[in-house]
Design a binder for this molecule. Sequence first.
Ligand SMILES: N[C@@H](CCC(=O)N[C@@H](CS)C(=O)NCC(=O)O)C(=O)O
Length: 218
Amino acid sequence: MKKTVVLRGYQFSVYNRIARVALHEKGVSYDTEEIDPFADDIPAHYMLRQPFGRVPVLSHGAFDVYETSAIGRYVDAVFDGPRLVPLGGESLTRLAQVVSIVDSYGYRPMVRQVFAHRIFRPAVGEESDEAEIENGLAASRPVLQALDTLASEAHVLDGRVFTLADCHLAPMIAYFVQAPEGKTALSNYSALSDWWALTSQRASVADTEPSLPAIHVA
Ligand SMILES: N[C@@H](CCC(=O)N[C@@H](CS)C(=O)NCC(=O)O)C(=O)O
């Protein structure tokens, strides 16, 4: 019997979207369980699956996996569809570098500072802090530069061969460029801008865009 696939996560989470992009690329249909990791009452059954209380978790039958880069590896390994991990040593290594750069240096400034304070918080009626946006932009620039250098080498992020590097980066850039200052910042990096022009059109990216709450007009 076919094992069910359940993605447990938060609809607005970029990490949740990374998993959704990978599942879409592989043509996997799945159920979802909405878990808000910022809520005070994360269900106990979820904490058993993800002891750090972050999202997402992928469940395939009785097998649970957390940490989004591991989810991507699992999805690529067990489901049919196009390979999301290249075979070549250089591409494979650049993929791992992109994922690590995004996780270690990109997520916080691009998503939690620039996007959250310019777009998400106002949309849900929460206060934003301009200093967070300014600091986030400053911290985003070396990240964009590093990713632009890797994109210009074209072992990954070439806008044509889609890999887990694209899955990981696309949701972060999609949020970052919703902020006008994020959009302007990206435009200074030509290889990354070319990559985004192609990648933002891809069905797996376009079809997984979360609908944000309507902007509150104070
Ligand atoms: N290392 C985790 C990071 C996931 C992560 O940080 N997810 C965010 C949502 S985008 C989250 O759960 N945040 C909750 C929090 O910071 O308390 C992974 O790769 O899955």
